[in-house]
Design a protein around this ligand. Sequence first.
Ligand SMILES: [Mg+2]
Length: 382
Amino acid sequence: MKIVDYDLYAVPPRWLFLRIETDTGLVGWGEPVVEGRARTVRTAVEELMDTYLLGKDPLRIEDHWQTMYRGGFYRGGPVLMSAIAGVDQALWDIKGKHYDAPVHELLGGKARDRIRVYQWIGGDRPGGVADAAREKVEAGFTALKMNATSELRRVDSPDAVSRAVERLGAVREAVGPEVDIGVDFHGRVTKPMAKRLAEALSEHDPFFVEEPVLPEHNDALPQIAEHTSTPIATGERMFSRWDFKEVFEQGVVDVIQPDVSHAGGITEVNKIASMAEAYDVALAPHCPLGPIALASCLQVDASAPNALIQEQSLDIHYNETSDVLDYLADPSVFEYREGFVDIPDGPGLGVDIDVDVVEARAGHDDWHNPVWRHPDGSVAEW
Ligand SMILES: [Mg+2]
């Protein structure tokens, strides 16, 4: 079997789909994207496909991964690792279809039948969270996630901390102690504020605090951990085993959140998950993305004994124009029941992408994240 062709489709709300075609007629789908940099990643994918993959046997995934990663001399980072991720997902999809097996079967088989999912509430500048939380719990979700705060100054007022605590408290009061509530600092909180905020939020027992600081400040995580017993999560902006090894050795992170569309795909995230297992760290793959990314996450979750929970983007605040189910021929594959989703059992990634919908909506690569500014005019983290 040989790879003979590929197509890339930039689709709303902010995703990029890759379709790899083989000479046997088998087709594989991947989702190589950095949100807001779809055009850049498209170019990186084209370079990988044209330089290394066209004409090759798609089944030799590990060799292709090594070639894409190491063959270019310069490596790592969001753009290249997301390009590799999408290609890797499509190759796994082809391999599964070739052997008529779901990807998880090829990774060792299911270690679970279903995985818990969490539901986003409240948007970028969190508001209306108590009502949204009640509504989502009534819909069956048992775990939620919200942003802790909008932008904060480098050292902000006690009031900014109190408002974040009150918001989480309102959600806790609305849903009770049985529902888990993840709180995302979104890398928009500086070290001094992260210490205060993590400590103050502990009162309402968050599920975890996520990205308490930007990944370039991971060296500050031990200081933050001293101020709270809340589990610490991070990893959506870390892209390989080599990016994760320092936080494993540091020993304060409890939950890692690699993104299967950013961190080198199924091949690499499966290895990161195994490393995490050795350090008693849980896996909760980041996935505010589309159906191919989510299906890829579920394939990794299936066989990872330390998988804790899965992010998914249904009704997330970014999905204003299209949602995660729109591109599926059979959306029931992502049916959420009692806060869980079943591991897809179909061949490959286990989802059937509706190519007519993809083609009809393609040509949408103009999403960029907002640039926030502080009252003094300086750039704030988003
Ligand atoms: Mg996050």
